[in-house]
Design a protein around this ligand. Sequence first.
Ligand code: GLU
Length: 418
Amino acid sequence: MDIGDFVKLELENTTYSGTVMPSLSEDTVVIKMKSGYNVGLDKKKIKNIEILESGDKPKYGLPPLNLEKNPKLKNISILSTGGTVASRVDYKTGAVHPAFTADDLIRAVPELMDVANIKGKVILNILSENMLPKYWAMTAEAIKEEIENGAEGIVIAHGTDTMHYTASALSFMVNSEVPIILVGAQRSSDRPSSDAALNIISAVKAATEPIKGVYVLMHGETGDTVCHLHEGTKVRKLHSSRRDAFKSVNETPIAEINPFTKKVTYLRDVKSQDKSKIKEIVLNTNLEEKVALIKVYPGIDSEILKFYVDKGYKGIILEGTGLGHTPETFFEGIDYANENNVLVAMTTQTINGRVNMNVYSNGRELQAKGVIPCEDMLSEVAFVKLMHLLGNYEFKEAKELMSKNIAGEINESINLEC
Ligand code: GLU
């Protein structure tokens, strides 16, 4: 049997009929049943297979569109890494494919032709929970190649689960004059409520703006009215399913984009680009991967920290309680990390607000033990930043830079206490 075939599969006590779908595991057969539900079956448990109808196989290689470049429009490269936004559903087989050859994209979202000259490239095809630090570096390299080949804006199609980690990583790794916009979707393009097309159109529009830096673009509210452009180091996925899941934290979004009129309204100051340096790009992709992110909780034992130190970890981000605290049960572990030159820095699990380790004696004691306060930095951003700093600087310098703003990750000007 092959993808697209309509089959009857007999197991010990049950029989399933449906269309064979692609499966992520070699050991499992996935079929779409007539009810519309998919079921995954362990190959070893299938006693008999009957092919009731040989189906259409997924088709590739539609004739090229041969579109001419519009000299009035900017050249934007869309790099696809996977996730819901980067998928096209084959309605016959239910199979999901990465859709980001330029032609696929324009066929799926023809309005893009009015916004920019589009080039599409698939660089990865993964769910973003499977992102790895080495893929952040690979994405940065792909961005460099596109910019050196004339891209004036970059859009990265990405799964939403870890899109804010990748946005952070690229913010620290890439120094360029070109806007880099990460975009995702909460609903796939086969669903009537899909946000994919409007997010992609708005992301491409944002990539044509004369700004520089790394940003995330997603729906700004649950309806199809407005998309928000967020700074890459100030954004977090704050809802598991809503279309406006991404919010700027401790900051306002950079801009609102109307996906229909394509009007861009800036909500705060933005880094404008120097057009004369548009092809210049410097990467710094070194990362220390032995960094961990630990959530603090009542009664957390010092053993946890000792475990990481003994395993050779070089840096720890704590997501502390309130203004940046840990219970006293954790102090011994912090001393142990300090004695072993493991850099420990503090963020807050309240998400909003800023760490202030001068208010309570607990915070002061932690600082005396060498814990670095991370101001209003999001813990995921602090985690990526520490990997970046320990990958590129000596311990002492990394420690100093941890509480200094490098890529917009610390909002120094706003008093966030009220
Ligand atoms: N969990 C997957 C991911 O983050 C798919 C969902 C999505 O694209 O948001 O890649």
